[in-house]
Design a protein around this ligand. Structure first.
Ligand code: TMP
Length: 219
């Protein structure tokens, strides 16, 4: 592990959940709230966050030809993440900034590992190699319940969705189930936040989940 040169390391918060759980809205509201508290924040997303990772995002979400074999898909997510971690996330944390990230490795565990059936060990091995196994200080899982997931997927019919978001209901059910089991297995690393209701109400629940970190910050 590289030694920190100066000041305290920033906190790394990831927001996770299936399609249409409100992650992007909550990422923005959280970043704004942290900034209002005087915390320096880097807001980013996966796949993406650096020019190289954004280029890989395009390959993943609008694949050329018939799409990727699931192993290739997992490797591309891991490659995008490796660049993102090396060039943006670690330098920001080392400089004392907080990083708020819309999706991180737990998306690969839920989508490629769970729904794509590669298994958790394979995803963790890729993450160990690509990103030295970096974990968020806290993963906030926005949980909207199965009925709402199915409703949101149905309401999306006719909209142009990307190569992964457009997969079938069974795939997305498996994503949601894997997220829940990851959170159950690691109650310290995850905060499960009910994603139902008005964005501002959800935001208040997100802030409540972060209270232990915010309390340390204001000491
Ligand atoms: P987004 O639309 O939330 O930005 O995410 C893009 C899609 O990529 C979404 O369907 C989830 C999927 N995804 C994975 O399958 N594995 C991953 O590791 C990540 C970060 C996203």
């Amino acid at each position: 592990m590289a030694a920190r040169l100066q000041g305290p390391r920033g906190r790394f918060i990831a927001l996770e959940g299936g399609e249409g759980t409100g992650k992007s809205t909550q990422t923005r509201l959280l970043a704004d709230a942290l900034t209002a508290r005087g915390i320096e924040v880097e807001t980013t997303r996966e796949p993406g966050g650096t020019p190289g990772a954004e280029a890989i995002r395009d390959l993943l979400l609008a694949p050329p030809g018939e799409g990727w074999a699931v192993e290739a898909e997992a490797l591309l997510f891991a490659a995008a993440r490796a660049d993102h971690v090396a060039r943006l996330i670690r330098p920001s944390l080392d400089a004392g900034r907080w990083v708020v990230c819309d999706r991180f490795v737990d998306s690969s565990r839920a989508y490629q590992g769970g729904a794509g059936r590669l298994g958790d060990e394979a995803i963790r091995a890729l993450h160990a190699f690509g990103s030295a196994g970096l974990r968020p200080d806290l993963t906030v899982l926005l949980d909207v319940g199965e009925a709402q997931v199915v409703r949101r997927l149905a309401a999306r019919d006719g909209e142009a969705s990307d190569a992964i978001g457009g997969r079938g209901e069974d795939y997305h059910r498996a994503v949601a189930a894997t997220f829940r089991s990851l959170a159950d297995a690691d109650p310290e690393g995850f905060a499960v936040v009910a994603g139902e209701g008005e964005p501002q109400d959800v935001h208040e629940r997100v802030i409540a989940a972060l209270e232990p970190f915010l309390a340390q910050e204001s000491r």
